[in-house]
Design a protein around this ligand. Structure first.
Ligand code: ADP
Ligand code: MG
Length: 762
């Protein structure tokens, strides 16, 4: 029996899905595949697992729910545990490198990638009685893959006499891809449409589309907060950086008041948060404590609107950041153009993006301090997976950041582009949950009609599918091109994936090799898997683990100081000098950017052991949070390797490892080549360009992949002084020019040894 608290029970009863519990459960009992459609906030994710649990589906086997985003997997498992009055031992989550699953787990939230991996070990997923695919409309590549596999697995379990239920949950978008798709489901599954109480939302288009949407968004929020009635504001921008920028600017514009009293109440929370930071795993229990405490604390005296403190501006900034985050801001900001509205209602401004630590994300669900208006600046995570209560105004910039990928050359680019009409309408819908609302679109209706595509392209059609292709080979799926994808990738994606996997040695003549089998089990992409496997000699593994961790974290090295200072040029020069020193000499230097980062991380960890990491990072242009992330990843990758391969039980992570010797550095260069064999580049020779007027431009130019244009060594690469004849790189990306990232020099005679396939391909 589930013993819910009164609060929870009252909140549940307001959800439209509760009224349909009986019909939903009858349909599930009678059908093995059911689609549940309903708008965000109708209660699908939090309630369905509870219905199934109460109907006895978790008595013998587990209920598993997949989420395309890590944020959702963690926060939903916590929410469901809370609603059911159970602990994280019973309602748990599992994702790559992280989780709190126990042998008692009954309801398990996982990322879709994790379930797909589990399917390779056990195609029938025998430990589950129900498989729920959540947010199917987001069309993440793993979700699409899972749907294809599950469409075949469900009848198999039926045949074996161990039936399983498959529930697909989706917003009411583009259901056609699942229903009118005989290749996927011969008989279309029944669809239950959960009716949502959606209040009317008035959409306001801008007359003109503003180029600077951040400025436009800022102005709109100022207007809302100074002229419009009560109600929370939700702003959609495209990325973390933009979120943080707007948050800081808005906090400065509409500062909090009565700091002393607020601070007093938040003091305890701050203490809890420090604990939380140290131990995110155990989040749920801590959360409960916080919630409990906060309730008691919430006797904040009502704020007298005529009485507000007059801090100096800078003090306000620091204090308010401490209040929000329990720590002072690491990114000082200079906003010359900010007017501080001291008499307007204070704005309780919170950021929301997927990389934000869970306990900070949780803040959006809590009541703002009395007297403040809630204001959330978010990326598209708030579009569908998270529902924020009490939003009345949505401000939509209409854009989304997309990673574009060239299927032939592998060139990647981040582009901020118009989102789809479907997404824009989802965003608008956020304003009508608790009452009528307004959505301010910072673009014109003409742009919306003419330039917005109807739907987002499914991820599987946008990205390299090497990883998926290898996993499918591993699962012995015959004829992959005929696989029942909801929307199949194109032929080019298949052929390039196959070619690259041949180059890595994971496939040979289309068949999976032993190497391929091994790396398919590792929790990293195939090329990193190859590097790990190939470094299983001479104790290189700890280095490779660090290398792979470094390559997996974005922006470890800063290009410009976070705190703007007077002598930025000078700082950058100093950083460049430090980096060149880290790069070392001989083979270390030739290991290039990858070797330099190895040393940087070693040095940073050494300082960490002395308690001086932050200072060290600031001085040398390393991103503090990236260093922490890398440490976590190294530990996690190491424990995954140990879990899969008992031979490595002795493997330990020594954070402050000694830099590799010259011989080791040379071996590491070969290891890097094994993983990046499909990403080779050759120096553009002076001979080739000697007659050109612009030949000076080719000093740092290379020919790479099948690119018609040259690619360049970035000015931050430590190999700019060496200009090796042959290099391999981790990524090519385009900004103003096309650059290589993560460059290592290689010896051409290694190519036939380590990447024989490249010699057979034209
Ligand atoms: P759906 O999956 O249909 O989008 P959910 O089950 O995620 O809906 O959410 C149902 C309701 O539960 C929403 O109205 C939301 O406000 C509330 N809710 C979800 N998560 C939390 C949370 N962590 N704290 C408080 N309320 C939450
Ligand atoms: Mg949901």
């Amino acid at each position: 029996d589930v013993l819910r608290t009164e609060d929870v029970q009252a909140a549940r009863l307001k959800l439209p899905i509760l009224a349909e519990e009986q019909q939903i459960m009858e349909t599930i009992n009678e059908n093995s595949i059911v689609i549940i459609a309903g708008e965000t906030g109708s209660g699908k994710t939090t309630q369905l697992p509870q219905f199934l649990y109460e109907a006895g589906y978790a008595l013998e086997k587990q209920i598993v729910i997949t989420e395309p985003r890590r944020v959702a997997a963690i926060s939903m498992s916590q929410r469901v545990a809370h609603e059911m009055n159970l602990s994280s031992r019973d309602v748990s989550y599992l994702m790559r490198f992280e989780g709190n699953v126990t042998e008692d787990t009954k309801i398990k939230f996982v990322t879709d990638g994790v379930l797909f991996k589990e399917m390779q070990e056990d195609f029938l997923l025998k430990k589950y009685s129900v498989i729920i695919i959540d947010e199917a409309h987001e069309r993440s590549a793993h979700t699409d893959m899972l749907l294809g596999c599950l469409s075949r697995m469900v009848p198999l379990r039926q045949k074996k006499g161990e039936p399983v239920k498959l529930i697909i949950m989706s917003a009411t978008l583009r259901l056609k891809d699942f229903i009118d798709n005989p290749r996927l489901f011969k008989i279309p599954p029944p669809v239950i449409d959960v009716q949502t109480r959606q209040y009317s939302v008035t959409t306001h288009f801008n007359k003109r589309t503003e180029q600077d949407y951040l400025k436009a968004a800022y102005r709109k929020v100022v207007k809302i907060n100074t002229t419009l009635p009560e109600g929370g504001v939700l702003i959609f921008v495209t990325g973390q950086r933009e979120v943080n920028y707007l948050v800081r600017k808005l906090r400065k514009t509409f500062p909090l008041r009565h700091k002393d009293k607020l601070l007093e109440s938040e003091e305890n929370e701050k203490k809890e948060e420090t604990q939380n930071n140290e131990d995110e795993e155990d989040c749920f229990d801590d959360k409960k404590k916080i919630r409990g405490k906060r309730k008691k604390i919430k006797v904040i005296p009502k704020i007298n609107l005529d009485d507000y403190t007059t801090f100096l501006d800078s003090t306000i900034d620091n204090l308010s950041n401490e209040e929000y985050d329990g720590q002072s801001s690491d990114e000082d900001d200079v906003f010359d153009d900010v007017t501080v509205y001291r008499t307007a209602q204070p704005l309780w401004t919170l950021p929301l993006y997927s990389m934000l630590p869970t306990h900070k994300q949780q803040k959006v669900f809590q009541q703002p301090p009395i007297g403040c208006r809630l204001c959330i600046v978010s990326t598209n995570v708030a579009e569908t997976s998270l529902t924020i209560p009490n939003i009345k105004y949505v401000v939509d910039c209409g854009k989304a950041k997309v990673k574009l990928y060239d299927k032939i050359t592998g060139l990647t680019r981040y582009m901020v582009q118009w989102t789809s009409k479907a997404s824009a309408n989802q965003r608008t819908g956020r304003a009508g949950r608790t009452g009528p609302g307004h959505c301010y679109r910072l673009y014109s209706s003409a742009v919306f009609n003419d330039e917005f595509p109807e739907f987002d392209t499914p991820e599987i059609q946008l990205m390299p599918i090497d990883d998926l292709y290898l996993q499918m080979k591993c699962m012995k799926i015959p004829n992959i091109a005929k696989f029942p994808f909801p929307s199949p990738p194109d032929t080019l994606q298949f052929t390039t994936a196959e070619q690259r996997l041949e180059i890595l040695g994971a496939l040979k003549n289309g068949k999976i090799t032993r190497l391929g089998q091994t790396i398919a089990k590792l929790p990293v992409s195939p090329r990193y898997g190859v590097m790990l496997v190939r470094s299983n000699i001479n104790n290189l593994l700890p280095y490779t683990v660090c290398l792979v961790a470094n390559l997996s974290v974005q922006e470890v090295l800063l290009e410009t100081p976070l705190t703007p200072n007077d002598n930025q040029k000078e700082t950058q020069k100093q950083w460049a000098a430090v980096r060149q020193r880290w790069a070392g000499q001989g083979n270390s230097l030739l290991l290039g950017d990858n070797g330099m980062l190895l040393r940087a991380i070693g040095a940073a960890e050494y300082e960490h052991s002395k308690g001086k990491l932050q200072e060290f990072c600031d001085r040398n242009g390393l991103r503090y949070k990236a260093v922490i992330e890398i440490r976590k990843l190294r530990l996690q990758i190491t424990s995954e390797i140990k879990a899969h391969y008992p031979d490595y039980s002795h493997l330990v992570v020594d954070p402050k490892m000694e830099p590799p010797s010259d011989h080791e550095a040379k071996l590491l260069r070969e290891v890097v080549l094994c993983g990046m064999g499909d990403k080779l580049a050759k120096k553009v020779s002076l001979e080739e360009v000697k007659d050109r007027e612009d030949k000076a431009k080719f000093k740092y130019a290379y020919w790479a992949n099948n690119m018609k244009e040259p690619v360049f060594l970035h000015s931050s690469s430590v190999l700019r002084r060496t200009l090796p004849e042959f290099v391999c790189f981790n990524e090519i990306y385009e900004t103003n020019k096309i650059y290589m990232r993560g460059v290592t020099a290689i010896d051409p005679e290694w190519i036939p040894i380590h990447v024989p396939a490249i010699c057979n391909l034209s």
